[in-house]
Write a protein that binds this ligand. Structure first.
Ligand code: KG4
Ligand code: ZN
Length: 337
């Protein structure tokens, strides 16, 4: 079964053709990231306009590269939530039009579910497993009971890990997105140079809180400026990154031990982080758990992961009609459309 996936939740306009949820036939991405860099973050209106301009060509290219026409496609899967509403609407409306004109089923896909599915593209991973999802908008520890059954065990109470890295990067004067910049510059820094608190959420040992860490960075930079002291940015970046990764890994370990998981999965843009990848490898080696990491090219937003998850949603009988809407927020466990 061939699924055409369409993704437009943030600043990537993407389309892909995937066979049986696992075999990538094509994976096309057009990004407006360079333009957003000028503003230090994604500008929703610009993202929506670029999606509208790019989507038709991106879908055409995905079909061509897969050697397909719409006749060969069995269903169209589209990201419908969560994300930037204007950006999502471009993909959803394009997919609705295409599904109606080609007479194909339309499968609504939750963005975080698709991030998890990026692991299906390059491994034999099957549920159940425990997943740490870390992106620009979300930080969750989720029990994936089946391809379409999820349970949130831990989540952030404030900023997502990616958001905290991006904001800290901006405070340090690094290029957007801060997560990528911090990962790069940390390689030359001393991660013990600056001390950060390890924030814990009272009464919720599985939850995260990153806003305090972000404030600590702002205070360090602000105080240094006032005292006209030099800041070693690689050291500050490395220390901050180590702390964020430590928070993620320590909760992941607590949850996995408590619930007895031996299959650990990472997903989302921040799963590209080199320290998070090496620390999760260390954690899983220590406990004898099997670790699944998405390939770097599937960590960020792409449509191959949407088509992969779309396949399993379709098998579970989840399809939408032309009334499908987009939603800026939607929990991963209770999907309504
Ligand atoms: O999943 P994603 O591409 O988009 C969302 O769904 O949010 O995640 C984007 C986030 C950004 O915050 C970005 O800074 C972060 O992923 N990111 C990284 C790295 N690559 C992307 N964070 C840390 N290290 C990286 N190598
Ligand atoms: Zn994403």
């Amino acid at each position: 079964m061939k699924i055409l996936g369409i993704e437009s939740s943030c600043d990537e306009t993407a389309a892909a053709v995937v066979e049986d949820g696992r075999i990538v036939k094509s994976n096309i991405i057009a990004s407006s990231l360079e333009e957003h860099k000028l503003y230090g973050g994604v500008v929703p209106e610009i993202a929506s306009r670029r999606h509208a301009e790019a989507i038709s060509g991106v879908v055409k290219e995905a079909l061509e590269q897969a050697g397909c026409t719409m006749d060969d496609i069995d269903a169209i899967a589209v990201t419908f939530a969560p994300g930037l509403i204007g950006a999502l609407l471009v993909g959803v409306n394009f997919a609705k039009g295409l599904a109606a004109s080609a007479g194909k089923p339309l499968v609504p896909v939750h963005h975080l579910r698709s991030h998890i599915a990026s692991n299906y593209l390059t491994s034999d991973l099957e549920p159940p497993f425990l997943c740490l999802i870390v992106s620009g908008g979300h930080s969750h520890i989720v029990a994936v009971n089946s391809y379409t059954d999820y349970e949130i065990i831990g989540k952030t109470r404030d900023d997502a890990a990616g958001e905290a890295l991006d904001k800290a990067g901006r405070t340090m004067g690094l290029p957007y997105p801060g997560g990528i910049s911090i990962d790069k510059i940390s390689k030359t820094g001393n991660s013990d140079a600056y001390a950060f608190p390890h924030p814990r959420v009272d009464g919720a040992p599985f939850d995260f809180s990153f806003s305090g860490l972000k404030t600590s960075v702002i205070n360090i930079v602000h105080n240094a400026k006032q005292k006209q002291e030099e800041i070693n940015i690689p050291d500050l970046a490395a220390s901050f990154q180590k702390n964020v990764v430590h928070c993620l890994i320590s909760n992941l370990e607590t949850v996995s031990e408590k619930f007895g998981y031996n299959k650990i999965v990472l997903a989302g843009g921040v799963s590209a982080n080199s320290l998070l990848r090496s620390e999760s490898e260390r954690l899983c080696r220590k406990h004898g758990w099997k670790l699944y990491l998405p390939e770097l090219k599937y960590c960020g937003d792409n449509a191959a992961m949407v088509a992969a998850q779309g396949y399993y949603e379709y098998l579970a009988g989840i399809t939408a009609d032309s009334s499908l809407n987009a939603y800026a927020t939607m929990p991963i466990d209770i999907v309504n459309f």
